[in-house]
Design a protein around this ligand. Structure first.
Ligand SMILES: Cc1ncc(COP(=O)(O)O)c(C=O)c1O
Length: 487
């Protein structure tokens, strides 16, 4: 039987407008097509009333079964027919009698004469189709099984009726989760469209806007949402939230590498002519980035021996805007007194930035000791498998950027956003918002979604790997401690 070419608009309109469906020929055998359709339609929020003289009086899927359409004591919008084609005539008569608006004949059922009678009575008729299949096709579900839906979309598919969400009670108090749970789950939720449990790799550059106003409100930062993957990407966002959670921070912005993350921090904070202090025990690449390349941008770094925190106080100049240290320096393993240095920075109204790459939040959470910004080369332990470059900036949300008028980029009108003041608008996540909306946008060192996915997967085992690294280090130290060739 050839399909009748109904328009998708008509099928969608019918499935969107009907609410109560009487199913003639509903079987209570759970393995029959009518049972499948009834269960599916109930799940989509329809009220489905079974009609079958053989089982009348019993219950099926929570609904009373009636012997005939005329016995149903309430209004029915649509009659769904699971009977042979030549049995449809009397069913149409009943449908007219009860004031139904639609008669829908299932796959393989077609009765043109009965359809004509129904249409003359003002009833819409669909023949040789299944409402379950049409609902799934129009809502995009059928495409998940590789079925050719015949639909080309420029918007996310929308089901004909709103999704029915089963109410779930929320606990009276917010649950706090341990490090391991957050390492596996923080920032990630099952994909809302497909239910995919693992974070999908959103290998996309662009996102569709609802209309021009929606686009404008995203670009102006009036609304939260995805704009373009140089700024925001759903896979990268999972990593950002996960690291923010592990560090106990407020927000994070990821970058293409650890060096890119450091660049975002200083590009957000400094003006040409500004200065900052940095520990002289830093990863070699950071020494050249700060000492040589930053100089070309008009930013001067003074290096300080971090062993005595007071060295930082002595080195401060009126143009200094920040202090930068590594919690556990690469490669010397030098440990700095974060609390003492944070105190010195705060006395001068400056933020303390800590590169926590080597310690990772498993061993050290600099915010707990007074740091204001944490950076990482995620390339190292966070990723853990040597397969993706990456960096991240996390902010504690506790630094007051308005004090002393030292940070105009945070407090003064931003010309690139029509005079928006970032600190005023975004408060305790203003720094990462500015780093993203201006530095990441204009300089462009964004993290690739694939790298974010690999890094997320790495972070899931961070606690297990760090435990083993520490056990290995302990074994080496104990061996060397008693070795005659070690002084
Ligand atoms: C402590 C530390 N900070 C920053 C970096 C720079 O990170 P990336 O190589 O990801 O740019 C490194 C790289 O080795 C590092 O060890």
């Amino acid at each position: 039987m050839d399909p009748i070419p109904y328009t998708d608009a008509k099928l969608r309109r019918i499935l969107s407008s009907v609410r109560t469906i009487a199913m003639v020929g509903a079987s209570s055998n759970w393995n029959r097509p009518s049972y499948f359709v009834m269960k599916y339609l109930q799940n989509k929020g329809y009220r489905v009333i079974p009609v079958n003289p053989g089982t009348a009086g019993k219950e099926q899927l929570g609904e009373k079964i009636y012997a005939s359409l005329r016995d149903i004591p309430e209004p029915v919008d649509m009659v769904d027919v699971f009977r042979a084609s030549d049995a449809v005539g009397p069913i149409v008569d009943d449908a007219i009698a009860i004031g139904a608006k639609v008669v829908w004949m299932q796959l393989g059922i077609r009765n043109d004469a009965a359809a004509e009678v129904a249409e003359e009575a003002g009833i819409e008729v669909i023949m040789n189709r299944c409402p379950k299949i049409e609902f799934g096709r129009l809502g995009g579900e059928l495409s998940w099984s590789g079925v050719n839906s015949g639909i080309i979309r420029n918007r996310a598919p929308e089901p004909p009726t709103a999704r029915r969400i089963k109410p779930r009670p929320l606990p009276d108090t917010n649950v706090t989760y341990g490090f391991e749970t957050r390492a596996v789950h923080a920032g990630a939720a099952p994909d809302p469209a497909t239910g995919a449990r693992s974070t999908p790799i959103y290998q996309t550059t662009a996102y569709v806007f609802e209309d021009v106003d929606h686009a404008a409100s995203l670009f102006n930062l009036h609304n939260f949402g995805y704009i373009y993957s140089r700024l925001t990407n759903p896979t990268v966002a999972v990593l950002e939230e996960r690291v923010a959670s592990l560090e106990g921070g407020r927000a994070a912005v990821a970058a293409a590498s650890g060096h890119a993350a450091q660049f975002l921090v200083f590009a957000t904070m400094l003006e040409p002519g500004d200065e900052f202090l940095a520990s002289r025990n830093l990863y070699g690449g950071s020494l050249t980035q700060f000492g040589l390349s930053f100089k070309k941008l008009g930013w001067t770094c003074h290096f300080v021996d971090p062993k005595d925190p007071e060295n930082f106080r002595r080195a401060l100049t009126p143009k200094c805007k920040a202090i930068f240290v590594e919690s556990l320096a690469n490669p010397g393993g030098v440990i700095v007194d974060i609390k003492a240095i944070a105190g010195i920075a705060h006395d001068a109204g400056l933020p303390l930035i800590v590169d926590n790459t080597l310690a990772t939040p498993y061993l050290c959470r600099p915010f707990e000791h007074g740091a204001d910004i944490v950076t990482h080369s995620t390339t190292k332990f966070l990723c853990g498998h040597g397969n993706s470059m990456g960096g991240i900036v996390v902010e504690s949300g506790r630094f007051d950027w308005a004090q002393g008028g030292k940070f105009p980029s945070m407090t003064e009108p931003e010309p690139a956003y029509h005079g928006l003041r970032f600190y005023e608008n975004f408060g305790d996540f203003a720094f990462t918002t500015k780093a993203r909306a201006v530095a990441l946008r204009d300089y462009g060192p964004s993290m690739a979604p694939m790298n974010a996915f690999l890094t997320i997967t790495g972070v899931e085992t961070l606690h297990v790997r760090m435990e083993r690294h520490c056990a290995n280090a302990q074994a080496v130290a104990e061996f060397l401690e008693t070795h005659p060739k070690v002084a």
